[in-house]
Design a protein around this ligand. Structure first.
Ligand SMILES: [Zn+2]
Length: 472
């Protein structure tokens, strides 16, 4: 019996450690050798050019080798290629969500994150990311994450051990003592500590530095930007006026939220090429949620009660006043009109479902469908310095693609009708249950006690989202 146990332990060890390596290397083989031809499709390249109808895309290995008009005609020696008739579907670049906290639960009425182990948080983060790619998000930027969990998943995905999005990671945000998030993390104060905090994160492998500029003094802010840039990284800030203007002036690369954004700052952002990540979805009010639900209902998206619950739940994540929500939407529209490059960023979780909502929010805020799609693809790729490889559907770029059943330029909510997703030329398995329902069921209902009241702010979001808290 003892021997048998040891033998099975050995087999389990092999399965755990050797098999993933095999899968990893096999996946890399596929990336190098499989050719896929997507035909009978329309292309929204997100380069700024208009819709291309009746096209064929030839994917060789992990790259887009050729794009041409007309249907695919078999050629000699083309037997190796897998031909997929997309039946008039729409091919876009993979989506990006560039303000993400993979482990954050907003709201978290059951206090799942209080004293949560790194192991549990890591598993949730991975589920969140892998769910995101099934919604079409082939790239994400993490801007504030505990214990470098974002870096661990970034590397696991890029090695091919799991199929997940490309991650641009920041680790924990740099913030001052007593500042936003400064209560739960160690703050960094003064030029010396700020420089050290930036360097420590870069030594740990981050791609971006995320700061909270709101409470920083000018010398601290400048030290953060200077140190980051001197080490060849980019820096973004959780920001609110008047700190936003100071950050833009000091050379920040991107602004998160930008609460209370003024016309003067918008003008300076346009001049200096600073990206804007408005996170509209974090600033909804009742009126907007009702408007959106009515609209989605017309489109037939509200009939699945689980999906409705998920949508409402997350929409209340960080509800603000009507005036605040309106200001935020106007700022986005003004920024786009002024020529500021805007990017899709959800902040809230899960990244897939809320990322989709954020793209829709752009259109509801008055941004055109095409500009909203560019904000989800081209702009973030450029912001992350990889536009030469990603962000548009063009020859010689990496084949990170989303295939939609219907045209999102006619109705932006057609981004929900995902038929296929490719990352590095590999088709993503979409058959796994979508995240919203299962994710929230598990991490929400698990500890929910009947009669839970919680604090008013959190309860508003949570109980409205989950109709039957005592179901299990
Ligand atoms: Zn955030």
């Amino acid at each position: 019996m003892r021997r048998l146990f040891n033998y099975s332990s050995f087999v389990i060890l092999i399965i755990i450690f050797i098999l993933p390596l095999k899968v990893g290397s096999k996946q890399n083989d596929i990336i190098q050798h499989q050719n896929t031809i997507l035909t009978n499709c329309n292309i929204i390249s997100c380069t700024g050019s208009s819709l291309m109808k009746n096209m064929t895309i030839n994917i060789a290995g992990n790259k887009i080798k050729e794009i041409r008009s007309g249907k695919y005609k078999p050629k000699r020696g083309d037997k190796e290629s897998k031909v997929i008739d997309l039946k008039g579907g729409y091919v876009l670049p993979g989506f990006w969500n560039v303000h993400m906290h993979l482990t954050a639960l907003l709201p978290d009425p059951n206090h799942i994150q209080d004293n949560e182990s790194i192991a549990s948080a890591t598993i949730r983060a991975g589920l969140n990311a892998m769910d995101g790619i099934r919604h079409g998000f082939t790239s994400i930027r993490s801007v504030g994450e505990r214990d470098y969990i974002d870096i661990a998943w970034r590397d696991a995905f890029s090695q091919g051990y799991f199929m997940g999005p490309r991650i641009f990671a920041s680790g924990n945000a740099v913030t001052v003592t007593g500042g936003h998030r400064g209560d739960v993390e160690f703050g960094s104060d003064g030029v010396f500590e700020i420089r050290k905090a930036v360097r420590q994160r870069i030594q740990n492998g981050v791609d971006w530095i995320k700061i909270v500029d709101v409470e920083m003094l000018p010398d601290e802010l400048e030290a953060a930007i200077e140190t980051t840039h001197s080490l060849g990284r980019k820096i973004t800030s959780h920001s609110r006026e008047p700190a936003t203007y100071r950050s833009v002036l000091a050379g920040i690369d991107c602004i998160e939220h930008g609460y209370g954004l003024t016309d003067k700052t918008i003008k300076l952002m346009a001049e200096k090429g600073v990206y804007y990540s408005p996170t509209i979805i974090c600033n909804l009010s009742d009126a907007y949620i009702k408007e959106r639900e009515a609209r989605l209902s017309k489109l037939g998206f509200s009939y699945n009660q689980e999906v409705v619950n998920g949508r409402v739940l997350v929409a209340y994540a960080d509800e603000r006043s009507q005036a605040h929500a309106e200001h935020q939407r106007n700022a986005l529209k003004k920024a786009v009109d002024a020529g500021v490059k805007v990017v899709i960023a959800s902040d809230s979780t899960p990244i897939g479902e809320i990322g989709i909502l954020e793209i829709e929010q752009f259109v509801l805020s008055g941004v055109s469908e095409m500009d909203a799609l560019i904000a989800a693809t081209r702009n973030p790729a450029e912001m992350c310095g990889v536009l030469d490889k990603l962000g548009t559907v063009e020859e010689n770029k990496l084949a990170d693609l989303v295939v939609l059943k219907d045209n999102p330029l006619e109705n932006i909510s057609n981004i929900r009708k995902v038929n296929m997703v490719f990352k590095d030329g590999v088709s993503v398995d979409l058959t796994h249950p979508r995240g919203t329902a299962t994710y929230w069921d598990y991490y929400g209902k698990k500890n929910l006690k009947k009669g839970y009241l919680g604090d008013a702010e959190n309860q508003a979001g949570f109980t409205r989202g989950l109709a039957e808290p005592d179901n299990n």
